[in-house]
Design a binder for this molecule. Sequence first.
Ligand SMILES: Nc1nc2c(ncn2[C@@H]2O[C@H](COP(=O)(O)OP(=O)(O)OP(=O)(O)O)[C@@H](O)[C@H]2O)c(=O)[nH]1
Length: 220
Amino acid sequence: MSSSDEEGSGEEYLFKIVIIGDSAVGKSNLLSRYARNEFNAHSKATIGVEFQTQSMEIDGKEVKAQIWDTAGQERFRAVTSAYYRGAVGALIVYDITRKTTFESVGRWLDELKTHSDTTLAMMLVGNKCDLEDIRAVSVEDGRSLAEAEGLFFMETSALDSTNVIKAFELVIQEIYNNVSRKVLNSDTYKAELSVNRVSLVNNGADGSKKTQGYFSCCSG
Ligand SMILES: Nc1nc2c(ncn2[C@@H]2O[C@H](COP(=O)(O)OP(=O)(O)OP(=O)(O)O)[C@@H](O)[C@H]2O)c(=O)[nH]1
């Protein structure tokens, strides 16, 4: 592809997101609900790794999320470092009806932090909120753990779809924000900006210094 072709095409982003949490908390169903609007009441434990890709538009740009789902059960887990490699977002899922899955969140966070090498957009997800009658973890406990760990927080239900799209889209939006912030802070961006400034000032038809529109050159 020539450089002019590249300039002509719209900007695209591909973000890798991982879903982690104990076995049977609903990771696979959250993903199938989000990617295909499907729910499986009798889903089998995941063996190895699966992923789905889903797109959304942010600021007129196509943003693709490649969402990875792996087994919660240790014996079915794929090589951990490969699973986390390149991930820029994570959903850490527990089941609001099983306290042990909430107590495991710290361990999952440790694993995530050990294997990731970049800024991650992270959300704590309390799934199965349709099962209010047998709730074992309060909303407050979920929220305060998330606050203490610096995570977003949402309760979801893959069964009745509550907050599923919202949870994924918030993580994707946050990744996008992280990437934009990085670009804004990078030396390349600053150098480009100063070059553009100079040319804008020099190109002023009436010789006056035009200060407005410095950023418009970079948003197109
Ligand atoms: N009531 C209810 N059941 C759910 C929900 N999400 C998942 N389940 C059920 O919980 C069980 C486990 O769901 P999975 O999506 O397979 O769980 P998982 O976390 O991917 O499990 P592993 O692959 O073993 O790690 C299945 O019987 C699902 O139907 C939910 O939001 N509400």
